[in-house]
Design a protein around this ligand. Structure first.
Ligand SMILES: Cc1ncc(C[n+]2csc(CCOP(=O)(O)OP(=O)(O)O)c2C)c(N)n1
Length: 589
């Protein structure tokens, strides 16, 4: 029988799955849920040592002899302090202690609650990792808890062995251990260059057995020619779907940009089920498109294998089962070499490709959409393009670049609007070719001090969309209904850039419609200009947002049932009201 406390259930489940069975338990009440669960489970070998100082040293001795992690568990407060000497010793000897410190309700800290001290991070630099588990009330808490416990267990051996702390707060420890079944926590495995060949091999067997493989390339600021080549070879072997936003800088021309087709405004979650992969392989870092939200909504229905050179546990699709701590090239090369001889069918790939081929960009009236689309379509090969947060990123990825030789940068590591211009200048000074920045007005005026940098090259080309505020907030449909939004959220203003940019030597064009924009573009793309060039395209936040939504709605894909419901709602309910519909239904009855 097990405790109903989910956080302890997660720990117990993951200890078992990781084959960690030796536990040194010290007497107390806060750890009763753990102690009573494990002492009744024949998988575990339990030792009782009341003195926590001695318990931890004994566990260290066992860990060093067995060359495996050993768990210590105690009650809250000074009991945990007595673990410290052995933890310090373990740190310096590479002893794998998993230190479970039971804790009370965090809200009661420093409220004269009995037997409670601040235990989070108490072992400082003497543990390789400290995680503080959430009290589990929701699925989100459970997911977080599973991830933290996995991270702690992985840290006992990753980048050298050592001790880790798992702090377990709880509201009450009184509940009886009367749960017959243990939950099955999702285990995350780490694979590195050191992992035995047979374990890598078993991954190859899994991959070879799958029919729906999706690679998602996140941000990559440098892609080696080998990486691009390996992605093509991998595709030939596994017939996988390859999704790559422009910030991934992947130079595989038939890669699919997921931005518009998989956006949640375009593709309903139910309709996405048709395209659900069996395995997602993630390369690179940040992902901006709606594919992230789509996959999260289906978490647990597919496996995610993350290729993370850092070895970090990054569970962005809430379905991570394997972390590959190696280069992207190493990963691809290994699985290409270990692909089965059998030719894979390309049904899944064709299905996704057919869907994506139907995506169309409709003709729209003048707005940020039209100017960004036109510029994006004309950017010369091998140019540099920096995209500011967020509309620049969204619209370029929706509408498309001519090809994937263009190097795309964006500060999506942190999403700050504060340094787009400065970063762009840094990128532009490294190249002799034309370099483009597409930026919103708030982002531009925020970082305008950068316009004084003496090194701005004459190859710099800036398109600033001045819609007099943060258009992003008008785009967000939930915020747009706020009548005071323009006061402080989108921070509407009347500032224009002309005088300032001219004073630092830019050629300047103001445009208010598509014809003026086309005219300005003739000069903008001239690479013999003796000064940098700036286009300020004036637009309106609401018109911009409405048109981006039109682009999404134009490509709407939903299930038949969803379609019927929506049409009824839009065409009938909105006209006659729910009451009339109810009356009709009642009469029909
Ligand atoms: C340093 C910083 N402050 C605030 C934000 C929040 N934020 C995100 S988008 C945005 C509006 C950007 O407006 P603008 O640059 O004019 O582009 P638009 O949305 O109009 O295309 C703001 C303020 C942020 N990301 N970074």
């Amino acid at each position: 029988m097990y405790t109903p406390l989910k956080s302890y259930q997660v720990i117990i489940s993951l200890l078992k799955q990781n084959n960690i069975r030796h536990l040194v338990l010290s007497a107390g009440t806060r750890n009763i849920p753990f102690v009573q669960s494990v002492e009744n489970d024949s998988f575990f070998v339990c030792y009782s040592v009341v003195d926590e100082r001695s318990a931890a040293y004994m566990a260290l001795g066992m860990s060093l002899r067995l060359n495996e992690p050993v768990v210590i568990s105690c009650t809250s407060s000074t009991a945990t302090c007595n673990y410290f000497p052995a933890i310090a010793e373990a740190y310096h000897q590479g002893g794998q202690l998993i230190v479970l410190t039971s804790d009370r309700n965090p809200a009661l800290l420093n409220q004269r609650e009995d037997q409670m001290i601040d235990q989070v991070g108490m072992y400082g630099n003497f543990v390789k990792k400290c995680v503080n588990l959430p009290i589990i009330n929701t699925d989100e808490d459970l997911w977080f808890c599973e991830r933290l416990v996995n991270e702690a267990i992985i840290s006992t051996y990753q980048h050298g062995k050592g001790p880790v702390q798992i702090n377990i707060p709880m509201l009450s420890y009184y509940s009886r251990c009367n749960e017959p079944d243990l939950l099955n926590a999702r285990k995350i495995d780490l694979y590195s260059y050191e992992t035995p060949a047979k374990e890598w091999k078993s991954c190859a067997e899994i991959l070879n057995s799958k029919k729906r493989i999706m690679i998602i390339c996140g941000q990559n600021n440098y892609t080696s020619p080998e990486l691009n080549n390996l992605l093509k070879l991998f595709g030939e072997k596994y017939k996988n779907v390859l999704l790559a936003e422009y910030m991934s800088n992947i130079e595989v021309e038939d890669a699919i940009n997921p931005f518009l087709p998989f956006d949640t405004h375009t593709l309903s979650s139910k309709a996405f089920a048709d395209f659900l992969p069996e395995i997602v392989i993630s390369l690179g870092t940040n992902v901006m498109s709606g594919i992230k939200a789509q996959l999260r909504q289906k978490s647990g229905r597919f496996e995610h294998w993350g290729v993370e050179e850092s070895g970090n546990v990054v569970d962005m699709y809430k379905s991570l089962t394997k972390v590959f701590e190696c280069s992207q090239e190493y990963f691809l090369r290994y699985f290409i070499e270990n692909a089965s001889e059998e030719e894979k069918d390309n049904e899944y790939l064709c299905k996704v490709k057919n869907f994506v081929e139907d995506i169309e960009i409709p003709e729209l009236p003048y707005s940020n959409n039209t100017v960004i689309r036109k510029l994006a379509a004309q950017i010369p090969d091998h140019s540099i393009l920096h995209l500011s947060i967020n509309n620049s990123i969204r619209i370029v990825n929706y509408c498309g670049l001519p090809n994937r030789t263009i190097k795309v940068y964006s500060n999506i590591g942190t999403h700050g609007i504060d340094g787009c211009l400065s970063s762009f200048i840094g990128q532009a000074v490294t190249s002799d070719r034309l370099s483009f920045l597409i930026i919103g007005d708030l982002s531009f005026f925020y970082d305008m001090g950068a316009m004084r940098i003496r090194h701005i090259p004459k190859t710099a080309r800036i398109l600033m969309v001045n819609n007099y505020g943060g258009g992003e907030f008008h785009y967000s449909t939930t915020l747009a209904i706020d009548p005071t939004m323009d006061l402080h959220t989108s921070a509407a203003h009347t500032t224009e850039a002309k005088g300032w940019v001219e004073s630092v030597g830019f050629k300047y064009f103001a445009v208010h419609n598509d014809a003026e924009f086309d005219e300005a573009m003739r000069v903008f793309l001239d690479n013999t200009s003796d000064s940098p060039i700036f286009i300020e395209a004036f637009s309106d936040m609401e018109i911009d947002a409405t048109n981006t939504h039109k682009m999404e709605r134009f490509n709407l894909r939903e299930t038949t049932n969803e379609g019927i419901k929506r049409v009824v709602k839009e065409k009938i309910v909105s006209k006659v009201g729910y009451k009339t519909i109810d009356n009709i239904i009642n009469k029909l009855k």
